[in-house]
Design a protein around this ligand. Structure first.
Ligand code: FAD
Length: 350
């Protein structure tokens, strides 16, 4: 299947995303590229002209064109700002000429694609006992609530659904607070330790930045931008990014984990020049953990659940017999061990 045009019905791994999911579009684009048919274009001018052509009156048609054109800009400014910037930067009027699209480097968009995210409790009135543990949208960690792209087990979250989910989770969180009014016991020494750890990139920079005449070149620390490129490159090359046409395999994932372990060691040496870089440092650390969880689950799942988003080239088929399940992972801070395991998919509605 990997080298042939795929069958449409095989491309909705949990059956929900039909008819042409983004992962399929992605893969078709890569196949075209392999056949020498790149670059790929989004035919905005055809789509816009088709809408406008249905208006019979010429004056009304011009008015409609303006409307559709401004909607196109507004939609992209709302949703994918970089597309609007590209149009501006490449002198592209979307109503006049097609705009180029490219498969991109790896990034995480939570449950908007791939059913990834936190394992949260379902609602009391609908969820079977396996999916319900007291408070709607509470994670398996007591008192932590997640919604929208942060909560998993759905293959395609959207803006309005995320908003509604946010309200549901907030109400459940309030119920949890009302039911658990006692003040938590907090260890002051632990708080001090955390504060110090959070600010440590600033301290590292202050301590070592005077030792070289270029702030980016210093054997004692790594700046957040350098860290970001390194993380991005590991994920791209070993975890099925665009550099490998979204394909990976067991040995590559294992090598990726080795490189992520080195990166984790160096995370201790992140240095921040200012408060902006401090936020970037911590964003990087959080992404690094997310990346590791991702690699571990892709490695665990001995099949290709999301063709087009990534391929396990050594297990390129969707294997519903063994893998029509959710995969969860858990890290134990005491033992520094990961546990990766299956969770049943219980069909609640048809
Ligand atoms: C390319 C693309 C196209 C999409 N197209 C559509 C579409 O056409 N229609 C549609 O309905 N949906 C679309 N979506 C999906 C939709 O955008 C998401 O499902 C939705 O935005 C999720 O909302 P959220 O509140 O869960 O997460 P987000 O909107 O990601 O909000 C999370 C917020 O938390 C902030 N944050 C993160 N870490 C911290 C921290 N440590 N401290 C404080 N703040 C923090 C972030 O800055 C962010 O503002 C698209 C998504 C993408 C990526």
């Amino acid at each position: 299947m990997v080298n042939n045009k795929p069958e449409l019905e095989n491309w909705a791994p949990y059956g929900q995303v039909k008819p042409v999911p983004a992962n399929l579009r992605n893969w078709l684009m890569m196949l075209d590229q392999k056949e020498g048919k790149g670059p790929a274009y989004m035919r905005t001018e055809e789509a816009i002209q088709a809408i406008v052509a249905s208006v019979p009156d010429e004056k009304e048609r011009k008015k409609k064109l303006k409307e559709v054109e401004s909607e196109a800009w507004e939609d992209f400014l709302d949703m994918t700002i970089s597309q609007a910037i590209l149009w501006a930067g490449t002198n592209t009027s979307p109503e006049e000429k097609p705009s180029e699209i490219q498969a991109c480097e790896p990034y995480f968009i939570g449950s908007h694609s791939g059913a990834s995210g936190t394992w949260v409790s379902g609602p009391e009135d609908l969820a079977p006992p396996e999916y319900f543990w007291g408070y709607n949208h509470m994670a398996t960690v007591k008192g932590i609530f997640c919604a929208g792209d942060a909560s998993g087990a759905s293959s395609h979250k959207f803006s309005d659904g995320s908003h509604a989910e946010g309200r549901i989770a907030a109400k459940a969180a309030l119920a949890y607070i009302v039911d658990n009014p006692e003040q938590p016991k907090v260890d002051a020494a632990q708080i001090e330790k955390l504060k110090k750890a959070i600010l440590s990139p600033i301290a590292t920079f202050e301590e070592f930045s005077g030792l070289t005449d270029n702030l980016d070149v210093n054997e004692n620390y790594i700046k957040p931008k350098q860290f970001m490129y390194r993380l991005q490159k590991i994920m791209d090359e070993y975890a099925g990014g665009v550099a490998t046409m979204f394909s990976t395999n067991k040995p590559s994932l294992e090598r990726g984990l080795e490189l992520l372990a080195f990166l984790k060691e160096d995370a201790e040496k992140l240095a921040a020049e200012d408060l902006h870089e401090l936020t970037r440092c911590w964003e990087n650390v959080h992404r690094m953990w997310q990346a590791e969880a991702h690699v571990r689950t892709v490695l665990f799942r001995d099949e290709t659940r999301w063709p087009g988003y990534y391929f396990r080239a050594d297990a390129p088929e969707i294997d519903n017999k063994n893998w029509k399940v959710f995969v969860n992972c858990k890290w134990d801070p005491k033992t520094d061990k990961w546990d990766v395991f299956k969770r049943d998919i219980i069909q609640i509605v048809d």
